[in-house]
Ligand binder design. Structure first.
Ligand code: PMV
Length: 316
């Protein structure tokens, strides 16, 4: 049997503006992950089991645009594999779906990695990332590519669409609390709505994107030199700009306020918005109090994670 995994991710700064070429910062979240196990099978066909989404099916019985089928078909056609081998593929994940933690990209990356290992056709991270981006485009319209990049490399990433991947040093590791509104929201929709806004007044929204991009640049410098307090203020400002972009919601604003009132240094929504997760920066000794307040304010799930430069991982 061959196994591979991929972590979740959190966008710290710059979502939405990143679609318009501005930089964004994201980090892996190793507390949640997707695992893929592949074994050869006596049963003809490629059988896929994914208990999280109640899936048990043979590849050919799935629609060609099915997120899992499209990864497998894309890879096999990339390699020109025919006829297909007989395989059992099991996908399990602890990453909440449609919550801005990169569940879809993690399935794609873990699946590509497991298939490449199992079929003995090693792929570099660069190749996996490029193919994962192709798959993201099939399902998300005009993605920036940040999800597949941070998940493939499993390192904090300073991301600018279309540019080679840049990781950055975390001067002093810091703690973030991630809380889920429990509301599933489609990134494609919020990205589409932001596009409509932008089309209605490009000058105005370009200025907002510029300011968000500037926040990402300043946040990178603050992280590199370990100026954590400054990061909190930047998060708060980034949240205000995301609200202007109409991608926050009452539930996200409630969690953001609850985190700040409990002593977080700053907080903002994370990812596509409208639902999904928010992220708060906190001193480590306040993480528990902030988590408790977030739960009281309605969070359905809370994850505490440390952002650091180097992450030991068994990936690859
Ligand atoms: O909802 P998520 O976590 O997949 O993040 C989407 C981030 C956006 O900037 C809104 C879109 C993108 O493709 O970068």
């Amino acid at each position: 049997m061959t196994s591979a995994s991929a972590p979740g991710k959190i966008i710290l700064f710059g979502e939405h503006a990143v679609v318009y070429g501005r930089p964004a910062l994201a980090a892996p979240v190793m507390q949640v992950h997707t695992n893929v196990d592949i074994s050869n099978s006596a049963r003809p066909g490629v059988w896929i089991e994914s208990p999280n989404i109640g899936l048990q099916a043979e590849l050919n019985s799935l629609p060609s645009d099915h997120p899992i089928a499209s990864v497998i078909n894309r890879l096999f056609s990339h390699w020109r594999v025919s006829p297909l081998p007989n395989l059992e593929i099991k996908i399990t994940s602890t990453i909440p779906v449609a919550a801005g933690l990169g569940s879809g990209a993690a399935v794609t990356v873990a699946l590509l990695r497991a298939l490449s290992l199992h079929l003995n056709r090693p792929m570099t991270d660069k190749e996996i990332n490029a193919l994962a981006f192709e798959i993201e485009k099939l399902h998300h319209g005009t993605p920036s590519g940040i999800d597949n990049t941070v998940i493939t490399y499993a390192k904090p990433v300073y991301f600018v669409k279309g540019r080679p991947i840049e990781t950055f040093i975390v001067g002093a590791p810091f703690t973030v609390v991630i809380a889920d509104t429990g509301i599933s929201a489609r990134t494609k929709e919020s990205v589409g709505d932001v596009r409509k806004l932008w089309e209605s007044d490009k000058t105005k929204w370009e200025e907002v994107f510029d300011e968000i991009g500037d926040i990402s640049k300043r946040a990178r410098r603050a992280i590199e030199s370990g100026r954590i307090r400054e990061l909190g203020e930047l998060m708060n400002r980034n949240h205000i700009l995301l609200r202007e972009l109409t991608v926050s919601s009452i539930e996200l604003d409630t969690l953001v306020s609850a985190a700040r009132e409990a002593g977080a240094l700053g907080a903002k929504l994370s990812g596509g918005g409208r639902g999904g997760n928010m992220v708060a920066l906190t001193e480590p000794d306040l993480a528990e109090a902030v988590s408790g307040s977030l739960r009281e304010a309605g969070a359905k799930n809370v994850i505490v994670t440390r952002v650091r430069s180097w992450i030991s991982s068994s990936l690859n």
